[in-house]
Design a protein around this ligand. Structure first.
Ligand code: HAM
Length: 426
C-alpha cells in the first residue's frame, strides 16, 4: 500500500459534526447581523499581494512572514487572503459603494496565515467579519460592540471580557512613537530578540509582547493613551459613555495595539481565559485612513472579525438547539421490489417536507437498522416483501424498540404529520 497523503499542516478538515455546530453558530450570527442591518458580501480568497502590503502594513508579522504568496501563471504576485478587511475595502472602492455612503457589511470564510500551529491557531482558519463604512462618530463603534455582546448572549456565551484602547490619529501616534523609541533605547539591555527586531520597524508592537521577561519593561513604558489628541480622547470617552449606558463592562488596556497597521482611534478585543494562549475570540477597531490609503475617496470605517475555530471551541459544550441536518426518518429497504419502490417513496415523503435518509447499497435488516441508528433518525420506515405486497410500510421507533406500527402507504404522510403535531418525532 502506498503512503496516504495528509492534509497540509495547520489546515484542518471540518467533519460533519463540526460543520453542523458551525452552521448553527453562523445561523444565530446571521440573525443578529440582520437585526442591525448588515448585509453579506462575498469576496475572492485570492488578492494581489500588494493589497495586503499597503493595508495591513509591510512591517507587520502578517505581511513579513505569514502570507501565502505566489506568482501565478501570468506572473502576477498573488496572496491567499490573511484577513477580510483589505479585500472588503478594495471591493468597495472598485464597485463604488463607499464614497459618500453608509454601508454595513459582513462576510465569512477562510483566511490563511503561515503561523506556528497550536490549539486555537491554524494556518487556514475562518472568520466572520463585520465592516461599517461612512460613519465618523463613536455611535457606530458602540453599535459594533453592542452587536458582539448581543451575539454572545444569543449563543449563551459567558465570560468574555472586552478590552478597549484608542490609538489616536497617525499624527499623535508618530509623536508617541518617538517618545517610546527614546524610552526603549534606555532599555536595550532588557529587550528580548523579538523586541530588538521590532525596535526600529514597529516599536508599538513591543507593547504587545507576551514574553513574561518583557512585562516590566512594558509596564514602565510611556502610555500611548497619555498622548492622544483631544478629538480622539473625546471620541473614546463618548464610546465609554455609550457602553456604560448599555451596561457593557470593559477594561481600558493602554497596551492593546493590534497586529495590523491600519487602525486609528478605537481598537478592541474580546478575550477569554478558557482557551489558553490564543485567548482573543474577536477583535477590531476603526481604520479611518484605509480607504484613502488604498486609492479611494476618504471614508471613515470600523469593524471587527471573530475567529470561528476559537468561538466554536468555547461553545463546544453548549447546546445550540436543533440539529436540522439529521434525517427524521431512515428508510429500510429489504428485497429487490422494495429497493425498486424505495427511492420514489423517499421522494414523495421529501415533497411532504420530511427529511429522509434512504438506504442505498442493499444489506440485511440488521445492517440497515444499524445504519438507521447511526443516522440520528428517530424513526425507521421498513419496506420489505410483505409491505410491498399489501401496500403498507412498518413505522418503527428507533429510540424505543417496542413500538412498531403498520401503516397503509396512502395514509403514510398523514400518519407522519399527525405524529409531528402530537409533538413526537419526526
Ligand atoms: P485579527 O485580530 O488579525 O483581525 O483577527 C481577528 C480574529 O481572527 C482573532 O481575534 C482570532 O479570533 C482569529 N484569528 C486570527 N488569526 C488566527 C489563526 N491563525 N488561527 C485561528 N484564528 C485566528 C483581523 O483580521 C481584522 N481584519 C479584524 C477587523 C475587521 N478589523 C476591522 N475590521
Amino acid at each position: 500500500m502506498s503512503k496516504a497523503i495528509q492534509a497540509v499542516r495547520g489546515m484542518n478538515d471540518l467533519l460533519p459534526d463540526t460543520v453542523e455546530r458551525w452552521q448553527r453558530i453562523e445561523a444565530i450570527a446571521r440573525d443578529v447581523l440582520h437585526a442591525y442591518g448588515y448585509r453579506e458580501i462575498r469576496l475572492p480568497i485570492v488578492e494581489k499581494s500588494e493589497l495586503f502590503a499597503r493595508s495591513i502594513g509591510s512591517l507587520t508579522d502578517i505581511v513579513e512572514k505569514e502570507m501565502y504568496s505566489f506568482e501565478d501563471r501570468s506572473g502576477d504576485n498573488l496572496t491567499l487572503r490573511p484577513e477580510g478587511t483589505a479585500g472588503c475595502v478594495r471591493a468597495g472602492i472598485e464597485n463604488g459603494f463607499l464614497h459618500n455612503q453608509i454601508q454595513r457589511l459582513w462576510y465569512a470564510g477562510p483566511m490563511f496565515r503561515h503561523e506556528r500551529p497550536q490549539k486555537g491557531r491554524y494556518r487556514q482558519f475562518h472568520q466572520m467579519g463585520v465592516e461599517a463604512f461612512g460613519i465618523d462618530t463613536p455611535d457606530i463603534d458602540a453599535e459594533l460592540i453592542f452587536l458582539c455582546a448581543r451575539l454572545w448572549r444569543a449563543l449563551g456565551l459567558e465570560g468574555l471580557g472586552l478590552q478597549l484602547n484608542s490609538l489616536g490619529t497617525p499624527e499623535s501616534r508618530a509623536v508617541y512613537r518617538r517618545e517610546l523609541m527614546r524610552y526603549l533605547e534606555t532599555q536595550r539591555g532588557n529587550l528580548d530578540e523579538d523586541s530588538l527586531r521590532r525596535m526600529d520597524k514597529n516599536p508599538l508592537r513591543i507593547l504587545d509582547s507576551k514574553n513574561p521577561a518583557m512585562q516590566e519593561v512594558i509596564a514602565k513604558a510611556p502610555s500611548l493613551f497619555d498622548h492622544l489628541d483631544d478629538a480622539a480622547r473625546a471620541h473614546f470617552e463618548k464610546l465609554g459613555e455609550y457602553l456604560g449606558q448599555a451596561g457593557i463592562a470593559f477594561t481600558v488596556n493602554p497596551r492593546l495595539v493590534r497586529g495590523l497597521d491600519y487602525y486609528t482611534r478605537t481598537v478592541f478585543e474580546w478575550t477569554t481565559d478558557r482557551l489558553g494562549a490564543q485567548s482573543t475570540v474577536c477583535a477590531g477597531g476603526r481604520y479611518d485612513g484605509l480607504v484613502e490609503q488604498l486609492g479611494g475617496k476618504p471614508a471613515p470605517a470600523a469593524g471587527f472579525a471573530l475567529g470561528m475555530e476559537r468561538l466554536a471551541e468555547l461553545l463546544a459544550h453548549q447546546d445550540l438547539g436543533a440539529q436540522p441536518a439529521r434525517p427524521q426518518i431512515y428508510l429500510v429497504l429489504l428485497g429487490a421490489s422494495a429497493e425498486q419502490q424505495g427511492l420514489v417513496l423517499a421522494e414523495r415523503l421529501r415533497d411532504a417536507g420530511l427529511r429522509i435518509e434512504c438506504n442505498c447499497g442493499g444489506g440485511g435488516l440488521k445492517a440497515q437498522l444499524k445504519r438507521a441508528d447511526r443516522s440520528g433518525a428517530h424513526h425507521a420506515l421498513l419496506l420489505g416483501e410483505e409491505e410491498v405486497r399489501n401496500n403498507s410500510v412498518t413505522v418503527k421507533n428507533l429510540r424505543d424498540s417496542e413500538t412498531q406500527t403498520q401503516v397503509a402507504q396512502n395514509a403514510l404522510i398523514d400518519f407522519l404529520k399527525k405524529m409531528t403535531e402530537r409533538g413526537e418525532q419526526p
